[in-house]
Design a protein around this ligand. Sequence first.
Ligand code: MN
Length: 489
Amino acid sequence: MNIKVFDTTLRDGEQTPGVSLTTNEKFRIASKLDEIGIDYIEAGSAITSEGERQSIKEITNQNFSAEILSFSRPLAVDIDYCIDCDVDGVNLVVPTSDLHINEKLKTNRENLLELSNNAIDYCKDHGLIVELSAEDATRSDFDFLKTVYLSGIEHGADRICVCDTVGILTPDSSFELFDKLNDIDVPIACHCHNDFGLAVANTLSAIKGGASEIHTTINGIGERAGNTSFEESVVSIYRLLPQFTTNIKINEIYDISKLVARLTGVYIQPNKAIVGENAFAHESGIHSDGIIKNSATYEPMTPELVGRKRKFVIGKHMGTHGLNSRLKELGLEVDNSQLQQICDNIKVLADKGKTVTDVDLQVIADNVLEINHEDRIKLDEVTIVSGNKVMPTASVKITIDDEQILNAGVGLGPVDAAINAIKSLDIFKDIDLIEYHVDAITGGTDAFIDVIIKLQKGDKVVSARGTEPDIINASVKAYIAGVNRLLRG
Ligand code: MN
């Protein structure tokens, strides 16, 4: 059976405290959602603001394959704004628990039912698809909940949705509830929240109980502890519930996860399933050795399945097998005794409590292999003009293969200007800066600044570091060190 995915990243996800997306950002996320195979996209809530309506209109203008919906209360004013945005349908959210009906809406069940039915009539008169979502359904009187659904379906609701608004279902109660609603003959969706960390588990149970549609957000973002995570539920369906399918292109999951993390500023915990930094990382020697022999030993799925790569992390638990793969990735061939020596040196560093980075590994390997590099590029001087009234401008003097060159550049900030002044020179073309991290090592404004960068040229990727009291010097130093490493061939 095919399970439809309803994405609410742009509505419930945007209700994450501190998150607000621009029209352009919403559009980029919607395009990717459509591309990855999402069936229904809730693009926002049309009543919210002019900007929100602008965003929804941009999305409805695009002829996406996904059905585009707006959130709506059961009120004509909301529905009118949805119509104005030219959506295909509405997620019509009707509170059904006495707590919400009496305390929030200050009304009663009878009026609520009428409100819901009238709203559905109004939507259907205007040609809208209606997904009737019962808010706080899981704390509602079951008979009343069912009355709202059945009566809504009589009025033309196309699908219904059970909202576990405060996340109080368990896998057992979720299964029971959906099983009890199984005689309803329109598609039933589940909308779960993660207050007890059970949203994905409850969603899977809902599917087994008869739900044929799931509401999710990318990375599980949303109010409070968030919503059902898209990536976890889709991959779980694929691997753990093989009798069900979705229309999602699973190997693009990591891309959309990164995009949403970047645009919302809500970054992912390293140990998050599927998309966390460590989800396919191995440090322990026993595990790395097993993985290299047969990845199924310590991985329930391959990283490629979700568009990722396996990573061997350098550290004191590491064995020589993992280390050797890591060195090969860095383009370094070593014999057994060199490998053992590098491994020992890393453990000495790790025992001092230091995180061993790729940069450290390269330095340790260079020392063991007695590689002495003559750097082709040397920085002689960098001068910056910056302030709140001028465009940051940098001039640099560098020596490339014994020839001194003077160059200048501008940028958004002083670091950008300095890097631009350097990289506009011919020798730097085809080199891309793919990562840039800044850390202040000590607390105050006099702190040493640690800059770690990653550069790419063709297939080759290197890391480099610069540590200086001055952020510009640190950045330029890291950049030039990285380029020198890349140019070593
Ligand atoms: Mn919600």
